[in-house]
Design a protein around this ligand. Structure first.
Ligand SMILES: Cc1cc2nc3c(=O)[nH]c(=O)nc-3n(C[C@H](O)[C@H](O)[C@H](O)COP(=O)(O)O)c2cc1C
Length: 211
């Protein structure tokens, strides 16, 4: 299975799908939204938020319901982030005929992982991920659970075999983060680098020794 990791150029103007599901780690999703909003190479962001994600966001980020969700997260309206309904299987990203360059599920719950691993396509997130796999597009699943049971591990193996990248929400410490936001930002930088969108100011091990 080919995974495309070449950097996007400034003229590429990508379309990215971001799905937020009901695993812990809302802050990471907020940082991802901010990074996509600010990245001029990204033309359009399709955002899908599961009902469970809204429940977790309310718990972890004190966010209100669905209305003005993006505006509340970013502190301003966005011209390129469009939120789609979790059950709207008529949305553009439900069809392979609609071009999308990459899809990120951050955080990815074990429930959504299972749905994708088994091709259930029972809601827009599962269907859009299914489309990415069948069209051989980049799909990054930022799973979050601990500990894993054997079902989780088998599902991670299945999506990897189908072409997705399992990118667990696990912090790094060798970059000496000072805040939780630093940890989330570094993680988001790594995921974006993985889909060909290296970020300015991203930490790179050894860079200070070679520059
Ligand atoms: C506060 C909170 C934290 C949760 N954390 C996780 C988690 O880290 N990983 C996980 O797989 N599920 C977690 N869950 C459970 C999922 O939200 C639940 O399985 C849900 O059905 C997932 O649905 P979704 O995949 O459609 O978002 C959590 C639930 C709550 C309320």
């Amino acid at each position: 299975m080919s995974i495309h990791t070449e950097p996007a150029t400034a003229t590429d103007r990508l379309k990215i799908t971001l799905a937020i599901t009901g695993a812990s780690g809302s802050l990471f999703a907020v940082e991802m939204l901010r990074a996509l909003e600010q990245d001029a190479r990204v033309r359009h962001v399709y955002l899908v938020v599961s009902p469970s994600a809204l429940r977790v966001l309310a718990e972890e980020a004190s966010l209100p319901g669905r209305n003005q969700f993006v505006e509340h997260l970013l502190g301003a309206p966005s011209s390129k982030i469009v939120q789609l309904g979790h059950e709207d299987i008529g949305a553009p990203i439900a069809s392979g005929s609609s071009p999308v360059d990459a899809m990120i599920v951050l955080p990815c719950s074990m429930g959504t992982l299972a749905g994708i691993a088994h091709g259930i396509a029972g809601n827009l997130i599962e269907r859009a991920a299914d489309v990415c796999l069948k069209e051989r597009r980049r799909l990054v699943l930022c799973v979050r659970e601990t500990p894993f049971n054997l079902i989780h591990i088998r599902n991670m193996a299945a999506v990897t075999e189908a072409g997705a990248t399992v990118y667990p929400v696990i912090p790094t410490f060798y970059n000496h983060p000072q805040t939780i936001a630093d940890i989330a930002r570094n993680y988001v930088h790594r995921v974006l680098q993985h889909i060909g969108l290296p970020q300015p100011g991203a930490y790179a091990w050894g860079a200070e020794k070679t520059s």
